[in-house]
Design a protein around this ligand. Sequence first.
Ligand SMILES: *Cc1c(COP(=O)(O)O)cnc(C)c1O
Length: 401
Amino acid sequence: MKAKDYIRLDQTYGAHNYHPLPVVISKARGVWVWDVEGKKYIDMLSSYSAINQGHLHPKIVKAATDQMKRVTLTSRAFSNDRMGKFLKKLCEVSGMQMALPMNTGAEAVETAIKLARRYAHERMGIAEAEGEIIVCENNFHGRTTTIISFSSDPDSRKGYGPYTPGFVMIPYNDLEAFRKAINKKTIGILVEPIQGEAGINVPSQGYLKGLREICDEKGVLLILDEIQTGFARTGKMFAYMHEGIKPDILCVGKALGGGLYPVSAALSTRKIMSVFTPGSHGSTFGGNPLAAAIGSASLDVLVKEKLADRSRRRGAYFVKRLGGIKSPKIKEIRAKGLLIGVEFHLKPGETVRPICEKLMEKGVLAKDTHEKTIRFAPPLVISEEEIDWAIERIKPVFEGV
Ligand SMILES: *Cc1c(COP(=O)(O)O)cnc(C)c1O
């Protein structure tokens, strides 16, 4: 079968809820992937930062295959010999006290929302029907009915009502707007340290610290969604570590599964997490031994291979090389570590998709995030030589725009 045959099959039997680049991948290793015809590409997306450790990292694959021969699923009706060790490690790298394991990112966010609401109701004296969580314009927190209820993106939201109430929207990167929005019903703020899906929106330095100070002053919760920015992507294990703060509730996912398996969690302090009691929340697959073994190995790789340092250094190198490309069409490069966005000057209605298609032809897989920005977020194991390989191919495409 050829690429077009696979694509036709997808189109015939799969719902059309994505618009992928026309490349059909059949093999991957490290930063590289190969299509069904054997052509090699460099992966500059890492599945939206779910593969920070690189494709098929041997240590994570070994942990997974070893665990697959022992026990993979117990459900939480019983305990298993993997989950506790994994959650301890996760708490240690994040500086949080307790974790509730789930599977996907959206479930981690749902868990955070339930946790915050229940805490507000039981401990902050906010009536159940009244509590409000503040969110930011252009947020992306996942795809469940509740989460899309507070999206400002019409594509994500349209047609899915009635929407879940209890959310208030303010502009991103605006501390004054946050302060003004807080009232007696406010539970806290749910926010991304960098808005990935909105086009790599990097807020002003001090934004997270400012949020922390306002939350402390007003007695409301800081809930950070680090599903995309976490696990060394931005040059620190978590983006909040750039500003020396800690959230009250933290959502993680994506790279926690090392690209092998969906593993997510909501973390918080012991005090906040104590509002969950048996039966109040759960997941059949959350905290399963296979997920725990993979999550544990994924964390070990990040720590032992110092991927946060690598992300910071390689990110600076990548941005320097991108900055050397002269094109009047490039408007701005925004980056933190290896989370890089290149925004283009385009006419109304134009998108960067044709540029992504040209990059693909040259062997560079990158995707648009928001119409005008291309995201470069390769696996953090990328070398300078591999960045050079990519730049050699990106340069003529950008110069030809
Ligand atoms: C990807 C992502 C999610 C959702 O994760 P899923 O695993 O796709 O449910 C939530 N928040 C952010 C910031 C993300 O990047």
